[in-house]
Design a protein. Structure first.
Lengths: 135, 331
């Protein structure tokens, strides 16, 4: 890549007023660095990934409202986590976290465990129990 | 207190932290040099592991390895500490800052407040330097950022004790002992040899063979997984290749920069020629990303298009195979 070819596309970085460093060769063939504000192919990839996450969040929300899963799964998706990551944050086995997705089990959880989840998601226990209070 | 520390932006966080800490201690070592000596270049497909619900692959060595190898090869000693208890972690950090010693930290990205929201994923192998403290704020030099920034004690604790894969556990490191002069020549040769060995490894998921494996998978995705998932997977491949920190082209440009610098240090013209070839290979990686993005932009691609980008990868694999054989002979 030549220095003059470093892409300056409008990307998610531009809004944050932030440039990432790229390596490229100058007119004399010497390597040098310059900032790039973004490149469309990767902006699309990132946006698609974010859209995918939003779809997952939306699906989880509907499932919570239909009483098919507990709000823990919704908040997990909201925080871009999966069960492995969430389990390591709460310090429980994965199968226990998975079990807490069952609405019946969720309603019987102790205050202590609920508080643990609420702390991780940075919300109150009340918001954890009623997702419409969240956000 | 504030330590007199100069921030230089770099493409990749780990090389950047090492390079900045070295410069702080009076050794002018560039980012590509750290990357090359530490044998940072790699290609590895990790079967069974899913990241963001897509297959995992990497274009670089494991987090921490680059620094470890670099230190060993040029003969510096590093002190590393991990903590169970956040209070101890904070106390040790403050102690070092009081001794005028800037330290490198491994952190998680998800709670890094100064990062753009879109980039905050659960990725735990980011690196930054802390070079001072003012009241409750720590002064942060994050090598991928253009300028220095700050984090409150609470924010810093959160990122140091992020959970999940590669959990940092408060990991803190800093060089403690330096040789009188850095023996770059020998270190460069060792670094290049290892990279050649890894890229040509007879293992189906590593190096050139790994690239071919991924090409094979790409051909299968649309039939096996459906267009939507296939597009998501392909997007992930491009993101890993071009995300912040790679310097473009899946680290190939940084490596070409290293070869150019190494050629000058070793007075070896072949390396400088090979640097040009590596740049061309990097350009092909960029072309692959561009064509792949055309597929997942339209969201309704034909099988043909997948075969097409897969063939591009096969071609890159063939060229890299020739390239690393030549490189092996050149040193």
């Amino acid at each position: 890549m030549k220095k003059s070819e470093i892409p300056q596309d409008k990307g998610s970085l531009k809004s944050a007023n932030f440039k990432e460093l790229c390596y490229a060769v100058n007119e004399n063939g010497e390597y040098t660095t310059a900032g790039s504000s973004g490149w469309t192919p990767k902006t699309i990839a990132l946006n698609n990934a974010l859209q995918e996450i939003n779809e997952r969040i939306e699906k989880a929300k509907i499932r919570v409202l239909n009483n098919q899963t507990s709000p823990i799964e919704y908040y997990m998706e909201l925080h871009k986590m999966d069960i492995t990551i969430l389990a390591s944050y709460v310090g429980l086995w994965k199968w226990r976290v998975k079990r807490h997705f069952k609405p019946k089990v969720f309603h019987k959880l102790s205050q202590k465990i609920l508080q643990k989840y609420a702390d991780i998601f940075e919300i109150t226990v009340d918001q954890l129990k009623h997702i419409e209070h969240g956000n | 207190m504030e330590i007199n520390f100069t921030h230089h932006q770099s493409a990749h966080c780990e090389n950047g932290v090492v390079s900045n800490l070295m410069k702080h201690n009076g050794f002018n070592v560039s980012e590509p040099m750290v990357f090359g000596i530490g044998s940072g270049l790699l290609f590895c497909y990790i079967p069974f592991l899913m990241v963001n619900h897509a297959p995992a692959l990497t274009y670089r060595a494991m987090p921490g390895f680059i620094f470890k190898r670099f230190a060993k090869r040029v003969g510096i000693k590093i002190k590393r500490e991990k903590f169970k208890n956040p209070q101890n972690a904070k106390a040790r950090l403050d102690e070092n800052l009081n001794k005028n010693n800037p330290v490198g930290l491994q952190v998680g990205v998800y709670n890094l407040v100064y990062f753009p929201d879109e980039y905050r994923f659960h990725f735990n192998a980011h690196n930054l330097v802390v070079y001072g403290k003012k009241e409750d704020s720590y002064l942060i030099s994050d090598p991928v950022m253009e300028t220095v920034t700050t984090l409150t004690a609470k924010e810093l604790e959160k990122v140091r004790f992020a959970k999940g894969a590669f959990a940092p556990k408060g990991h803190m490191y800093y060089p403690i002992d330096f040789p009188k002069e850095l023996a770059l020549e020998k270190a460069i040769v060792k670094g290049i040899k290892q990279t050649c060995r890894e890229m040509l490894a007879p293992v189906p998921i590593v190096g050139v063979k790994g690239i071919r494996t991924v090409a094979k998978l790409i051909r299968k995705w649309p039939k096996k997984k459906g267009t939507k998932v296939a597009n998501h997977y392909l997007g992930q491949v491009v993101r890993m290749q071009e995300e912040i920190g790679t310097g473009g082209g899946g680290f190939r440009y940084i490596y070409a920069a290293f070869l150019q610098e190494a050629g000058k240090v070793l007075k070896n013209d072949t390396l400088i020629e090979l640097s040009i070839e590596m740049t061309a290979i990097g350009d092909s990686w960029r072309d692959f990303a561009l064509d792949a993005s055309r597929i997942y932009k339209n969201r309704s691609a034909k099988d043909d298009a997948y075969n097409d980008v897969a063939s591009q990868l096969d071609d890159i694999a063939n060229r890299e195979e020739v390239f690393f054989k030549k490189l092996k002979k050149a040193i």
